[in-house]
Design a binder for this molecule. Structure first.
Ligand code: MG
Length: 187
């Protein structure tokens, strides 16, 4: 008879979580470039010289944050379970119909923008209203996949990257004026 398998003790593998975040965003059809385009949309008017490269870099930096990874994976998981019809019936109905009064998708997105302060919040509200670029596609209910959580997550990542840019640009400006800043303050 087989010996019962010894349960391996849990230990967090940060690299695996980071890799899973990237790969699941990709599997759900969202590219870093599309998120970077939202960042450009949000920040271009404040920084006319902003490049796509900078936007991509800032999105990638946001995606290295544990809070962000956790929210991305949790949200995508709930969207997938909703597609499979695997949720508690009442929750299933609300998530598959993207019920306006549900709101937990937005709350989860807040856990992303929370990391980046109030500029993140205002930018998130702005893209959530306008739904430019990739957000329009993610919101199109006629296309099949359920993206009730993913649209808010993508908007929140773009808003956070925008906030990150705003804080860094300010720091650069202060540095140019002879001031100093602590790299630690700029996550
Ligand atoms: Mg939503």
């Amino acid at each position: 008879m087989d010996q019962p398998k010894e349960k391996t003790p849990y230990s967090l593998n940060s690299k695996k979580v980071a890799d899973a975040t990237k790969s699941w965003l990709h599997k759900r059809g969202v590219t870093v470039e599309e998120i970077a385009e939202l960042v450009m949309f949000l920040q271009q008017k404040y920084y006319p010289n902003l490049t796509m490269e900078e936007c991509v870099h800032n999105v990638e930096q946001v995606l290295t944050k544990r809070e962000v990874q956790n929210a991305v994976l949790t949200g995508i998981q709930l969207d997938i379970l909703a597609e499979q019809g695997a949720l508690i019936p009442e929750l299933q109905d609300m998530i598959s119909h993207d019920e306006g009064l549900y709101g937990v998708d937005e709350i989860l997105a807040f856990s992303i923008v929370n990391v980046y302060g109030s500029i993140g919040f205002t930018n998130y509200g702005y893209v959530d209203k306008l739904k430019p670029g990739v957000l329009e596609r993610l919101n199109d209910k006629s296309l099949g996949p359920i993206n009730t959580f993913l649209d808010d997550i993508v908007g929140a990542i773009a808003a956070s990257a925008s906030s990150r840019i705003a804080h860094r640009k300010q720091a650069e400006r202060e540095l140019d004026n002879g001031g100093e800043f602590d790299e630690e303050d700029l996550n």
